[in-house]
Design a protein around this ligand. Structure first.
Ligand code: G3H
Ligand code: 13P
Ligand code: NA
Ligand code: ZN
Length: 331
């Protein structure tokens, strides 16, 4: 059944677990997520980005998610719009039937220019008024994703700030977070702690100077009743990088957010964990391997089937690690 983000995260907070929020662009990802959720009895958050709408079109995405709900009626599903850049975009998703929207006012309508506190609080407040009138939840963001290692916003595929940020912009301030929640009434708050979107997050396994888990503890201590959201939370599995490179790929050495660090974050108020890149890497690795091993194959279903299995296994791992497994039937 379709449920709101608020309903799911309230349950997650009460029972101390986190929920992975997977981006969805196509049938294979949708099937992988639902099969993993079914297998582990986990509730689902699927999110559609601007890039996903451009690729698949909003109606296809919407029906893909509705189809998932029809096939797996026993699984609670949140249909979330990822990184909305304006109230108008959020309004369209609310009209399409999304049960949750993100108004990311930390960046301007171009999705890359950092904004003022007043701008961010203003647009987010407007979306909260609109969404709550329709029973839809809202995620806001305070602070900009970016690398504490390089000072670069560092997004290779166009989602996130562009150029150089200063250190303070990339670490959410607990006082400002508290004021933002008070001013806007958001249901969930995305915070910046040194993660960024995409595969190139860290040039070395992250230490606490570049992945600020302690900052989460400070924010949670200040606003214990706010559900926190971690973006850029792919773990960038080394085994998938190796498979990609073994079968003709060329991905440079890189590291993501270790699952154990996310588990630690979940102990301190993180309830929604955004993951896109890990499914992309698993999918790419599975396709490369299948094609290399079966050069005469020309039925795309054969290699797409492999991507479903590869992505499903990543989803199962996250559902289990975040203690989300076993919760769907209790909601
Ligand atoms: O928000 C970031 C996600 O990885 C989505 O990226 O716009 O390329 O689909 P995308
Ligand atoms: P990753 O690129 O780390 O998977 O992050 C995805 C994300 O934050 C989507 O909003
Ligand atoms: Na989001
Ligand atoms: Zn994000």
């Amino acid at each position: 059944a379709l449920i709101s983000l608020r309903q799911l995260l309230d349950h997650a907070a009460e029972h101390s677990y986190g929920v992975p929020a997977f981006n969805v662009n196509n049938l294979e990802q949708m099937r992988a997520i639902m099969e993993a959720a079914d297998k582990t009895d986990s509730p689902v958050i699927v999110q559609a980005s601007a890039g996903a709408r451009k690729y698949a079109g909003a109606p296809f995405l919407r029906h893909l998610i509705l189809a998932a709900i029809e096939e797996f009626p026993h699984i609670p599903v949140v249909m979330h719009q990822d990184h909305g850049t304006s109230p108008a975009i959020c309004q369209r998703s609310i009209q399409l039937g999304f049960s949750s929207v993100m108004m990311d006012g930390s960046l301007g309508e171009d999705g890359k220019t950092p904004t003022s506190y007043e701008y961010n609080a203003g647009v987010t407040r407007r979306v909260v008024e609109m969404a709550h009138a329709c029973g839809v939840s809202v995620e806001g963001e305070i602070g900009c994703l970016g690398s504490l290692e390089t000072g670069l916003a560092g997004e290779e595929d166009g989602v996130g700030a562009e150029g150089i940020l200063d250190h303070s912009q990339m670490l959410t301030d607990p006082e400002e977070a508290a004021r933002f929640v008070q001013d806007t009434g958001v249901d969930a708050l995305a915070i910046a702690i040194g993660t960024s979107h995409g595969a190139y997050k860290f040039t070395r396994p992250p230490t606490d100077d570049i992945l600020a888990i302690d900052r989460i503890k400070e924010i949670h201590a200040r606003i214990p009743n706010t559900h926190l959201v971690m973006h850029g939370s792919s773990s960038v599995p080394q085994e998938w990088l190796q498979i990609i490179n073994q079968y003709g790929g060329d991905i440079k050495e890189t590291y993501g957010v270790p699952v154990e660090q996310i588990v630690e974050a979940i102990k301190h108020g993180v309830r929604k964990v955004n993951i896109d890149t890990d499914l992309r890497l698993a999918s790419t690795g599975a396709i490369r391997r299948h094609m290399a091993e079966h050069p005469a194959e020309f039925d795309p279903r054969k290699f797409f089937k492999d991507t479903i299995v590869a992505m499903r296994d990543v989803c199962v791992d996250r559902y289990v690690a975040f203690n989300c497994a076993g919760q769907a039937s209790k909601i």
